[in-house]
Design a protein around this ligand. Structure first.
Ligand code: ADP
Length: 253
């Protein structure tokens, strides 16, 4: 069964009472479990709108959306939020970590708010495991300001994983990072993808898109290209070709 099915999705924003802005004009796509999709296209082409719909943050004006077999296009906002918490993880360009809490606490947060009713020990265990997965066990007690940008993004990825989502949505995850660090983030994504997580990533950086397995290009609210990447880059190999920036791993006082 596919993880995501979009069928003729339209999204029109209404500005005032008169002006309609068609942001998506008939997007269809199917994603199987284990895919790694890069969504690309110029500014204004509808990428963010599509991600908001995929992320159950908004509903389409028209069309169908099945997530893990569940028809979510018409769910109420509350039901959408529940689906979002259960099935999706999010990674953003700006990390969005809470600055006054440690890396580990940031990762624990989604579990504190989840309906699973886990006890604190179990929450800590799962957060610790997620931190290990992104290679940051030794930074559990650091606050975001004591971590480099790449490390903060790794914490954000661990936070997105701790609820064991089936799909990870990443919006320009390397947008604030230097080249080498960006490739390191792609290395983590490829590792997670190898473990079975389905990834959907918006990026405007063509090189970053090359780490995905499939590339979708949007223009004017439509998909103009959607095909597998036959010359996919392997991040663990590519990162060796790029020098480590002088301030990498810097821990601020
Ligand atoms: P991208 O992420 O590719 O830059 P967007 O999805 O942000 O594209 O935007 C697609 C179109 O929808 C653009 O014309 C944009 O101006 C419009 N748009 C996006 N969000 C809104 C909104 N909340 N209200 C009105 N128009 C919007």
């Amino acid at each position: 069964m596919p993880v995501v099915v979009l069928e003729d999705i339209h999204k029109t924003y209404r500005l005032g009472s008169e002006v309609d802005v068609p942001a998506l004009r008939g997007v269809s796509a199917t994603l199987e479990a284990g895919e790694f999709l890069a969504v690309m296209g110029p500014s204004g082409s509808g990428k963010s709108t599509l991600m908001n719909l995929l992320g159950c943050l908004d509903r389409p004006s028209r069309g169908r959306y099945w997530l893990d077999g569940e028809d979510v296009a018409k769910l109420s906002r509350d039901r959408l939020a529940a689906v979002r918490n259960r099935k999706l993880g999010f990674v953003f360009q700006s990390f969005n970590l809470l600055s006054r809490t440690s890396a580990l606490e940031n990762i624990e947060l989604p579990l504190m708010y989840s309906s699973e009713g886990l006890n604190l020990r179990e929450i800590k265990r799962r957060a610790t495991e997620a931190l290990e997965l992104v290679g940051l066990s030794d930074r559990a007690d650091h606050h975001p300001s004591q971590l480099s940008g790449g490390q903060q993004q790794r914490v954000a990825i661990a936070r997105s994983l701790v609820t064991e989502p089936m799909v990870l949505l990443a919006d320009e995850p390397t947008g604030n990072l230097d080249t080498r660090t960006g490739i390191e983030i792609m290395e983590i994504f490829q590792k997670l993808n190898d473990r079975g997580i389905t990834l959907i990533m918006v990026t405007h950086e063509p090189e970053i898109g090359q780490y995905a397995k499939r590339k979708m290009i949007m223009r004017d609210g439509r998909v103009v290209q959607d095909e597998p990447l036959d010359r996919r880059l392997v991040a663990s190999e590519e990162k060796e070709k790029v020098p480590v920036p002088a301030d990498d791993d810097e821990v601020l006082p």
